[in-house]
Ligand binder design. Sequence first.
Ligand SMILES: [Zn+2]
Length: 321
Amino acid sequence: MRAGVDLGGTKIEVVVVGEDNQVAGQSRQATPTEGGPPAVVAAMAQGVKEAAVAAGIEPAELSGVGVGSPGEVSDGTVSHARNLADWEDVFPVAKELGDAVGAPVAIGNDVGVAVDAEAALGAGRDHHSFLGVWWGTGVGGAFVIEGKRWLGRGAAGEIGHTVIKLGGRRCECGRRGCLEAYAGRASMERRARKQADDGKKTVLFELMKKHNHTRLTSGIWQRALNKGDKVAERIVDEAIEALGAGIASAVNLLDTEAVVIGGGLGTRFGQTGVEQIEREMAKHLFVSERPPVVRPAALGDLGGAIGAALLAASREPVAAR
Ligand SMILES: [Zn+2]
């Protein structure tokens, strides 16, 4: 059996799978917001232990552990993981986590491994080419061309930092007008906070407190929309409009057969969100009579962790991922 760890900005999702990639055990931890990389690695180790126990084995019996991580992944290390607290410098995750759980650890880019899982087992299975857009804390992406993920020189797929508005909003990356500055959950939260501070009426932050969250999670956005919250509606509409423009531009460039929408918000809004994004895309598609198929990620919330477990199974060198 292998374990897969999906290291997210708000939670750490772990699965243990067998040969058939079916989930035999799982666990979920909140991502520590204090203590930097060592605290996060300790939480991942705890998650692996709990998922292994749920699957009826000891962690040391695992043949391997895969991790899908944000930030820059190189040779078993992670740096510049901006969605995690205090994680700028290079940290040896593979070594530290491997020591903690007693099994070999391979690391890949979080969105990349989730898209690999969709390509192998999910919504991308029937397509030679597709663009994966992971709409969550940030907006990540990866694309599969001729059945293989295109890596470029290692950083391909950063659709969140394609420019949708010249001189537009400031992005977390320090530049202006990026898709992520309009559609990333973190930037949506900043905008909601500002509007609440300016006296606009919204239930977003009440719901956040009521459900014991410190951030506006995808679930909170969904609840606010269900209550007809105008502030939430406007911000989500604007995010979808921005996604439509960014994704259509990528399709105009690559002409992929399909687009798969995943990530925390993407999975939460599911088919409804996909249809809204499709409508916004249609305005910008150059070959409008032949739009790509757009579908939600099929593996849901566990897709990233399942993809990470696939990484543990692969014998390719970590650096090539
Ligand atoms: Zn950016």
